[in-house]
Design a protein around this ligand. Structure first.
Ligand code: URA
Length: 193
């Protein structure tokens, strides 16, 4: 598994299928451990991710870690993290359809090699990539389970950047909803062999 992933990572680092290779500092292939039943798919690398070559290492990433750790999920131990695209779009704009298309083979390969049982779709861009038929906003479908590749269960969750913009801990607010969603994820995780 590790060798296969390394081959894809190498391919990704050499990739010139879209123009983002010209402006990136580092390719952001993955973080966490491949030896995991859970994969989290974010949107695209931001500034810190581009500089450090790892996903979710900026402010959003720190909040994400805190949320995951509340239910006992740790990057080093039980979660694999990647993004829909592996190179940072300039000024953190959303990835363009052609960029997502060009990068899709790497995401598909990651899913195929890892065969995660649970896939968390973090943010609207990730949901649009993995559930293209969906027309509802993430505020409507977060916390619900969808069927994914190889029998995986996929759940849309809020992006931590959205939670940073909506910091209230009050019952019913996005942060509280995220907490309910993560507890559901943990419930399913605990039933997995
Ligand atoms: N936001 C994302 O969606 N992914 C990252 O890796 C960092 C921030």
């Amino acid at each position: 598994m590790f060798e296969e992933l390394n081959d894809i990572k190498f391919k990704c680092e050499q990739c010139k299928k879209c123009p983002l290779y010209k402006t990136k500092t580092n390719t952001v292939f993955s973080g966490g451990t491949p030896n995991s039943k859970i994969m989290l798919i974010g949107e695209a690398p931001g500034e810190q991710e581009d500089l450090q070559g790892s996903p979710f290492v900026g402010r959003s990433g720190q909040l994400l870690d805190k949320i995951l750790e509340c239910v006992g999920f740790y990057r080093e131990k039980n979660i694999y993290i990647c993004n829909t695209i592996k190179c940072r779009p300039p000024h953190n704009r959303n990835p363009l359809p052609e960029e997502k298309q060009a990068c899709r083979e790497y995401l598909d390969a990651q899913i195929e090699i890892l065969k995660p049982k649970i896939i968390l779709l973090c943010g609207a861009v990730s949901v649009a990539s993995m559930i293209p038929s969906n027309t509802l906003g993430i505020t409507k479908i977060h916390g619900k389970w969808f069927d994914g590749p190889n029998g995986a269960k996929m759940m849309p969750i809020f992006h931590p950047a959205y939670l940073l913009r909506n910091p209230s801990n009050e019952v019913g607010k996005p942060k509280w909803q995220m907490w309910q969603d993560i507890k559901e994820v943990k419930k399913l995780y605990d039933t997995l062999k």
